[in-house]
Design a protein around this ligand. Structure first.
Ligand code: B12
Length: 257
């Protein structure tokens, strides 16, 4: 039986609308754009014109998706990372609702291949989809760091560094043409000095979150969200308990794992 087809407008319409209510953003891309910037071992093995989409979480995701997700679980304890579970829950449910019967390969930012390489390089995907500029050391003329390793960082034009890149959706078997055109991501950090500051803040003092404020932003993480993410992962369970979220019975705990 022929597979139902997905149009770029379905991604920009239904999928985008459903996920944006939960604090996510969706940017369509062609797999060929992603493969064009990466070396062959990191390629996604689909034809170049295959339709894909990158999903970001904005500051609103915490209050609009994560806290309600926890309330509805009624957990007593958490076994795997609750944010990862929440993102997977909403993305997989909404993808099945918007595209019933369609073969969609979803890769999450935290998933690794058996080779220990990430299933997709989130920052490169966000850049080629036009979502967030990926600033790398090669974007700094006359670099001041010698041989030191400097990781790159994406900056969103509205949220600066106050966002995360969560997933890559690949619509297997759906190839698109000129209805999807590549647009470059906004270059919000155009000067050499600001790029140096950004990369140094991200690499040398990422814990103080100053890299996130490299540009003026529309919204940052709420106090509650900051408290959650500045708590060590191993201590987040007791924070959620203090906030009154882990109240369920043991039977309910095992359902989602
Ligand atoms: C492994 C990993 C780490 C490792 C290693 C970091 C690294 N970059 O390698 C460690 C543990 C150190 C780490 C730390 C952090 N991380 Co981290 N990490 C990742 C992860 C899972 C994979 C990154 C990776 O392995 N990249 C592989 C390397 C080889 O890729 P690359 O350097 O980009 O090289 C490619 C490009 O250069 C490309 N390329 C070549 N030419 C061109 C040209 C263009 C135009 C383009 C677009 C690309 C391109 O080709 C290269 C590959 O061949 C990603 C999520 C993901 N799935 O991608 C998050 C991710 C990069 N981390 C993230 C963050 C926020 C952090 C932390 C701040 C902690 C945190 N979670 O709050 C710290 C800060 C870093 C630091 N100062 O230590 C965010 C970054 C968000 C952003 N705004 O950019 C990501 C995207 C996770 C997310 N969900 O959003 N991390």
């Amino acid at each position: 039986m022929a597979q139902p087809r997905v149009a770029v407008d379905d991604v920009r319409g239904d999928l985008c609308n459903s996920l944006s209510k939960l604090g996510f953003e969706v940017y369509p891309l062609k797999i060929g754009w992603y493969n064009a910037v990466l070396s062959p071992p990191l390629h996604q093995s689909y034809p170049d014109d295959t339709l894909a989409a990158v999903v970001l979480s904005t500051p609103a995701m915490f209050e609009q998706a994560f806290l309600p997700f926890l309330e509805n679980r009624g957990w007593k304890e958490v076994i795997t990372d609750p944010i990862d579970q929440c993102v997977k829950h909403y993305i997989s449910n909404i993808v099945s609702e918007c595209f019933p019967g369609v073969n969609v390969d979803v890769s999450y930012d935290y998933e690794m291949l058996p080779s220990r390489k990430p299933k997709f390089l989130a920052q490169s995907a966000a850049h080629v989809a036009g979502a967030a500029y990926y600033y790398q050391r090669s974007d700094v003329p006359d670099q001041p760091w010698g041989n030191k390793k400097m990781f790159g960082v994406c900056i969103h034009p509205q949220f600066g560094g106050w966002f995360a890149i969560r997933a890559l959706l690949v619509f297997v078997g759906t190839e698109v043409g000129s209805e999807l055109q590549q647009t470059p991501p906004p270059d919000s950090v155009p000067t050499r000095e600001d790029r140096i500051q950004l990369l140094e803040n991200f690499n040398l003092r990422w814990q103080d979150w100053s890299y996130r404020d490299v540009i003026p932003v529309a919204q940052t993480y709420s106090q509650r969200q900051r408290e959650y993410f500045s708590t060590l992962p191993g201590q987040r369970q007791s924070l959620l308990r203090d906030w009154g979220y882990l109240t369920g019975t043991h039977e309910e705990d095992t359902q989602e794992n």
